[in-house]
Design a protein around this ligand. Structure first.
Ligand SMILES: C[C@@]1(CC(=O)O)c2cc3[nH]c(cc4nc(cc5[nH]c(cc(n2)[C@H]1CCC(=O)O)[C@@](C)(CC(=O)O)[C@@H]5CCC(=O)O)C(CC(=O)O)=C4CCC(=O)O)c(CCC(=O)O)c3CC(=O)O
Ligand SMILES: NC(=O)C1=CN([C@@H]2O[C@H](COP(=O)(O)OP(=O)(O)OC[C@H]3O[C@@H](n4cnc5c(N)ncnc54)[C@H](O)[C@@H]3O)[C@@H](O)[C@H]2O)C=CC1
Length: 216
């Protein structure tokens, strides 16, 4: 495996994007959606970035001081020499760096992402074919609709309630696996709460009901 896949917690962490083109805009957008504090430094900003809320924009060329206190940096300028400079400085400062024009030389690359509430599917081809990563992401978009966000709220609530009443890993495993076989997402999509309640009663007993577990 060429890369080690992890899910980073960037909430409230300062992240820097150097370069205000389309690539910088894509990186800034995903950082904002994960709750990071995002600064974009660039002499020019594309329309997409100019209109993007929730980011700090500094209109000038990258300066080494921009890396102070930074958790993650994206070297996404249109200038290869500047991108290499950012990467070298980041390494010395032990700041994780993504290198837009030389991904192999950076510390990490980004996957194509399908997101439904707490469900995140990340697809990478290790940079071999971003077009294929995008295609598989779109397949996942089709296969797992918005109902999976609600289904996951239900699964989480059931799990928390079961764990609160005691630890029984083998018994719980059986319940969760059976729940996976009962097409609950399909019932969520059809808004058939009575059918979901029937499954819950059968597997878990009357104290588990949808109204309580999925706040409307
Ligand atoms: C290494 C990486 C960047 C990193 O993270 O460091 C990288 C690098 C490069 N991409 C290039 C081009 C394209 N990128 C896309 C699309 C996406 N690229 C994304 C990620 C990544 N792209 C990382 C590796 C991902 C992996 O593991 O596969 C996605 C998944 C996520 C995102 O960008 O946020 C997003 C899909 C989002 C979605 O829709 O879900 C398309 C397709 C399209 O737009 O239709 C094309 C044109 C077709 C093609 O080239 O395949 C070029 C220029 C090559 C050239 O010069 O021609 C480079 C530079 C290079 O390869 O050197
Ligand atoms: N990782 C990826 O998915 C992809 C990466 N690339 C690479 O990413 C880089 C950026 O691509 P685009 O956004 O399309 O380019 P672009 O040319 O549209 O944007 C580059 C931005 O960098 C800014 N810039 C130039 N010098 C700078 C400096 N010294 N400090 C800060 N900002 C500076 C420019 O003002 C501009 O806003 C290119 O090197 C390209 O080869 C290209 C396509 C996909």
């Amino acid at each position: 495996m060429k890369y080690y896949p992890i899910f980073l917690n960037v909430k409230d962490r300062p992240c820097l994007v150097a370069g205000g083109g389309q690539v910088g805009a894509r990186k800034a957008k995903t950082l904002v959606s994960a709750g990071a504090w995002v600064t974009v430094v660039s002499p020019e900003f594309c329309d997409h970035l100019a209109e993007m809320p929730g980011i700090r924009k500094i209109q000038r060329c990258f300066d080494p001081k921009d890396l102070d206190q930074i958790f993650l940096v994206f070297a996404a300028t249109g200038d290869t020499a500047v991108n290499r400079q950012i990467q070298n400085l980041a390494r010395k400062a032990r700041v994780l760096c993504n290198s837009a024009d030389a991904p192999d030389q950076g510390d990490f690359i980004l996957p194509a992402v399908m997101n439904r509430g707490d469900l995140i599917c990340a697809v990478s081809t290790c940079g071999a074919s971003p077009a294929l990563a995008r295609k598989i992401r779109m397949d996942l978009d089709q296969a797992y609709g918005p109902e999976y966000a609600t289904f996951l709220v239900l699964m989480k609530a059931v799990r928390e309630k079961l764990l609160a009443s005691g630890h029984d890993p083998d018994g719980h495993k059986h319940i969760f696996r059976t729940m996976m076989e009962r097409n609950l997402p399909g019932l969520v999509a059809a808004n058939d709460m009575a059918a979901i309640d029937a499954v819950m009663q059968e597997l878990l007993g009357s104290q588990f009901n949808v109204k309580e577990l999925i706040p409307q």
